[in-house]
Ligand binder design. Structure first.
Ligand code: NI
Length: 183
C-alpha cells in the first residue's frame, strides 16, 4: 500500500469512481450546479481476503476525495449505513483535511475532524460520510467486515442532518432541511 498516494498494488485491487452525475441530488445545489456530470468527486481502491458478504472476512481500502464545492457545499462521499448494524468500521486519515459526519437512525448528526494520522472508530449503527474541507485531496484508509453491507437508500431519501458549507472562506456546519424526510 502506498499510504500517502492512496493506492494499492500487488493484489487484485477493485477500483471505482464517483462522479457528480452519480450523486448530484445529494448536494443542496446539485441540480442547479453548472459543474459537469463527469466532474470526479472521489476514487476508491479496495482489497479483501474474501468476497464481500463472507462472514469473518475483512475488506480494506482507500478513498481519495477531491477538493471542491458544489455551490457552497464541499465535495463529500455518498455516505451509508451498514446493512448489518453490528458491523463496525475504522478510518485512518493519511493526507488532507476533512470532516467525518456520523448520524444515528433518528437523524442526529455530529462530526469529527480528520487530519493526517487521525483514527476514527465508527459504530456499526451510525451512518458515515466524509467531507473534504481542504484544497488538496483528502486521502483516508478504511477497514470493515466483508458482511457489513450497505444501506445507501436511507441517505438518498433523507441525507444527513448536517451539511458542510463555506461561509466567509471557512467551513461551517448547517442544519439540513431534508432531515425530516429520513423519518
Ligand atoms: Ni461503511
Amino acid at each position: 500500500m502506498n499510504w500517502l498516494a492512496g493506492s494499492l498494488s500487488g493484489v487484485p485491487v477493485q477500483r471505482s469512481q464517483k462522479h457528480l452525475g452519480d450523486v448530484r441530488r445529494l448536494f443542496a445545489a446539485g441540480l442547479a450546479s453548472p459543474l459537469a456530470d463527469k466532474t470526479l468527486l472521489y476514487s476508491v481502491e479496495w482489497f479483501g481476503t474474501a468476497a464481500p458478504g463472507v462472514e469473518g472476512a475483512l475488506l480494506f481500502g482507500c478513498t481519495r476525495l477531491e477538493p471542491g464545492k458544489v455551490g457552497d457545499e464541499y465535495f463529500m462521499t455518498h455516505g451509508h449505513f451498514h446493512a448489518n448494524p453490528t458491523r463496525a468500521e475504522i478510518y485512518f486519515c493519511a493526507s488532507g483535511s476533512g470532516l467525518l459526519l456520523l448520524m444515528d437512525r433518528s437523524g442526529r448528526t455530529w462530526s469529527e475532524p480528520m487530519s493526517p494520522g487521525s483514527v476514527h472508530s465508527i459504530d456499526g449503527r451510525h451512518a458515515h460520510r466524509v467531507v473534504n474541507i481542504g484544497d488538496v485531496p483528502l486521502i483516508f484508509w478504511a477497514s470493515w467486515p466483508a458482511d457489513a453491507g450497505y444501506d445507501y437508500d436511507s441517505i438518498l431519501r433523507g441525507g444527513f442532518g448536517l451539511r458542510v458549507v463555506e461561509r466567509n472562506g471557512a467551513p461551517v456546519l448547517i442544519d439540513s432541511p431534508n432531515l425530516q424526510e429520513a423519518e
